[in-house]
Design a protein around this ligand. Sequence first.
Ligand code: HEC
Length: 134
Amino acid sequence: MRPHGAAVLASMALGACVETPMEPTAEFGAFAFQQDCAACHGTDAMGAGSFGAELIEQPPDLTTISARNGGVFPRDEVMSVIDGFARGDHFSAAMPEFGAGDMGEIVLVEEAGIATPVPVRLLALAEYLESIQR
Ligand code: HEC
């Protein structure tokens, strides 16, 4: 049996001596980003982290996603990329498909009257990335 997401997170939070509640907030997203993404995207999300620098395909600056998309943050696309659900053909295989892991409890996100189920961790990561756009 796989351990419950909250239990896993609690143990990770203890390990890091940080207690950030698992909520769909930019604050929790920042915490999750440092755990799952910073090694490749850098602690400031602006370029290559220590591991990312070793990759053939350099991780892009994640603070300019909106700027490269006509000033709009493409939240659904970003979540699809992280999740691994939808990636362009050009996308290298370097970045893990996080949807294969445990992204936590499912919450419903309502957009234009349509409710979409999204795991908390994924939503939090998208909130965080949106909050750091320049
Ligand atoms: C093993 C290294 C690695 C890890 C870990 C990683 N990424 Fe990536 N990521 C990449 C690479 C390389 C690309 C560029 C892929 C391409 O376009 O071929 C990328 C692309 C992206 C993109 C698309 C950016 C754009 O400008 O289009 C987003 C969004 C993203 N990553 C978010 C994340 C998040 C959030 C996490 C943590 C949950 C994460 N990544 C973890 C390597 C990584």
